[in-house]
Design a protein around this ligand. Structure first.
Ligand SMILES: [Zn+2]
Ligand SMILES: [Zn+2]
Length: 176
């Protein structure tokens, strides 16, 4: 499944926020810079301002059915006041979507970016790829970008733990 790189960045940032629910400003800035977000410098107040939003993002990853994910993500689009614009940062630079005006402040821009990113994945038919790790007690959010879209764990480590537990369960002698 191919996702538009600029747009899907919002889904990756959304997953990161869910997995880092109280990030410091430097960590948040680093993550935004990694995804080429315009003017990524965050203050402590802006990082803190995103905490309520992060809980709403987490609900999209945690919802079992794509219908529920879509309903939640649609509500986020409305709440974020998404206003997509086509922007180029200079002569010959590629045009891409911004989802909130640069002057609206970092927290507002991150809300719009993450809502649009989740919506884009669902729009592209990838709603079931917005996942929370299946290992009991883990729940790390991730976007499954694997070819067949059947990744159920956030990491090899979680997959191995569950496989070992399942193996033990299967090989335990009956009644033992
Ligand atoms: Zn830009
Ligand atoms: Zn996990």
């Amino acid at each position: 499944m191919q996702f538009n790189t600029y747009t899907v960045a919002g889904a990756h940032v959304a997953a990161w926020l869910v997995n880092h629910p109280a990030p410091g400003p430097a960590a948040l800035t680093g993550e935004l810079r990694r995804h080429e977000v315009h003017e990524p410098a965050a203050t402590a107040a802006e990082a803190a301002e995103l905490q309520g939003w992060t809980a709403r993002l987490g609900a999209v990853f945690a919802a079992a059915a794509v219908t529920d994910k879509a309903g939640l993500a649609d509500a986020l689009l409305v709440a974020a006041g998404c206003r997509p614009r086509l922007v180029s940062h200079g002569d010959g630079k590629p045009f891409h979507l911004h989802f909130a005006p640069a002057e609206s402040g970092l927290a507002a821009r991150v809300r719009a970016l993450t809502a649009a990113g989740l919506a884009h994945v669902i729009d592209a038919g990838g709603g079931s790829r917005l996942r929370a790790c299946d290992r009991p007690g883990c729940g790390v959010a991730f976007l499954d970008t694997s070819r067949n879209g059947r990744r159920h764990f956030c990491s090899v480590r979680c997959a191995n733990q569950v496989n070992v537990a399942n193996h033990r369960r299967r090989t335990r002698a009956p009644g033992a």
